[in-house]
Design a protein around this ligand. Structure first.
Ligand SMILES: CC(C)(COP(=O)(O)OP(=O)(O)OC[C@H]1O[C@@H](n2cnc3c(N)ncnc32)[C@H](O)[C@@H]1OP(=O)(O)O)[C@@H](O)C(=O)NCCC(=O)NCCS
Length: 351
């Protein structure tokens, strides 16, 4: 029975607290990534096809961003459908039953209903009947935030298995005719199962936010102003490309460096570097700043997937594993950064 502190009738004041001892959480443990799954939409959109309706060229897009094609979800490839497919694949990869999952975290910025959150519906469709479930909004850093929370839940004994999903339908947010933004986003979903381990498999997170730069990646207007006055264009995703570029290129490498230090790992000990897939030039700048040895494989999924925000790191992890670049049990540095502005980085043992 939880301790209650009754208000006394005579004085109306609360008596001194009893200081009763509360039950401790379940058994705490080290944590690691146990399984990985993804969903990539069917439709491949090349730069050439995109340039049939925006005023740009394949060469401009490739040299500025490194993107050659991206996947755009079709109507039946909803955020929930893609998330469920990725999560089911991650559970199968981990050999964990959905009913054993204690928490489902969906990192996304493209669930377009204010209420309810989408994670409970995903948990229901998966059969994760014993799980808490909630959405997490931390832009392109959302997946790494989810991994940090999942790790701490296992550490604290709050859950035995946590499902972290990064999923986006960014194409619902953009103006497809705006040449400054239309070439960047892609859709998709990636998920990991986090569970108990004998040794630490997820290093301490290094994370933060700078709300003074909240306007750098934002919307053209908010939904309330659109509801109040729908005569103008609906809200679309927008960004100050050069500001994002400078921030990500020069301020994120020190964050990654701190995540390595926190995990007690040097760059030479890495088996893979899996940064958020924002832009190939940002990735290359970070590699130089980190002095990453040339033989450490680097995720470059952006070339075929575009920028998939919260989904980009698990999608890139899956491609590297499939291509034999990032072996199970290898040590990888992850870093997510984007809208907020928010960032999070950690070193993990690969699933
Ligand atoms: C978006 C980005 C590729 C644009 O590159 P840029 O060099 O900064 O380009 P600018 O926005 O300064 O535009 C330069 C010129 O290209 C033009 N341009 C913009 N989009 C274009 C396109 N798709 N095709 C051709 N020209 C384009 C602009 O109109 C501008 O022309 P002007 O000089 O005549 O005015 C770059 O800023 C970037 O990668 N930023 C980071 C984006 C990112 O990572 N976002 C995700 C964050 S998580």
């Amino acid at each position: 029975m939880p301790a209650q502190t009754p208000v006394t009738e005579q004085s109306g004041r609360t008596p001194a607290p009893t200081g009763r001892e509360l039950a401790a959480p379940g058994q705490a443990s080290h944590a690691r990534l146990l399984g990985l799954g993804v969903y990539r939409p069917r439709r491949v959109l090349t730069n050439q096809e995109l340039c049939t309706w925006i005023d740009s060229t394949d060469e401009w897009i490739r040299t500025r961003s490194g993107i050659t094609e991206r996947r755009w979800a079709e109507p039946d490839e909803t955020l929930a459908a893609m998330s469920v497919q990725a999560a089911a694949a991650a559970l199968a990869d981990a050999g964990i039953a959905a009913a054993d999952v204690g928490c489902v975290i969906l990192a996304t910025v493209s669930h377009l209903e204010q209420t309810p959150a989408l994670a409970p519906q995903i948990a229901h469709q998966l059969g994760a009947v014993n799980a808490a479930a909630f959405d997490l909004s931390a832009g392109c850093a959302g997946f790494c935030h989810g991994v940090a929370l999942g790790r701490d839940m296992i550490h604290g004994g709050t859950a035995r298995y946590v499902l972290v999903i990064g999923a986006e339908r960014l194409t619902d947010l953009i103006d497809k005719n705006d040449r400054a933004t239309a070439f960047i986003p892609g859709d998709g979903a990636g998920a990991v199962v986090i569970g108990p381990a004998e040794r630490p498999g997820i290093g301490p997170v290094v994370w933060g936010a700078d709300g003074s730069l909240s306007g750098v990646i934002s919307q053209t207007r908010d939904w309330k102003s659109f509801a109040d006055d729908p005569s103008g264009p609906r809200p679309f995703w927008q960004m100050s490309g050069q500001q994002v570029f400078r921030w990500a290129s020069y301020e994120m490498a020190p964050v990654a460096q701190r995540a390595l230090q926190a995990a007690g790992i040097t760059v030479d000990e890495l088996d893979a570097f899996i940064p958020h897939q924002a832009n190939m030039r940002i990735i290359d700048t970070m590699i130089r700043a980190l002095k990453l040895p040339a033989d450490v494989p680097v995720a470059r999924d952006i070339a075929e997937a575009g920028n998939t925000s919260a989904a980009s790191i698990p999608l890139a992890m899956e491609r590297m594993r499939r291509d034999g670049q990032a072996p199970r049990g290898g040590t990888a540095l992850l870093i997510g950064f984007g809208a907020g502005l928010s960032y999070a980085a950690q070193v993990v043992t690969l699933p």
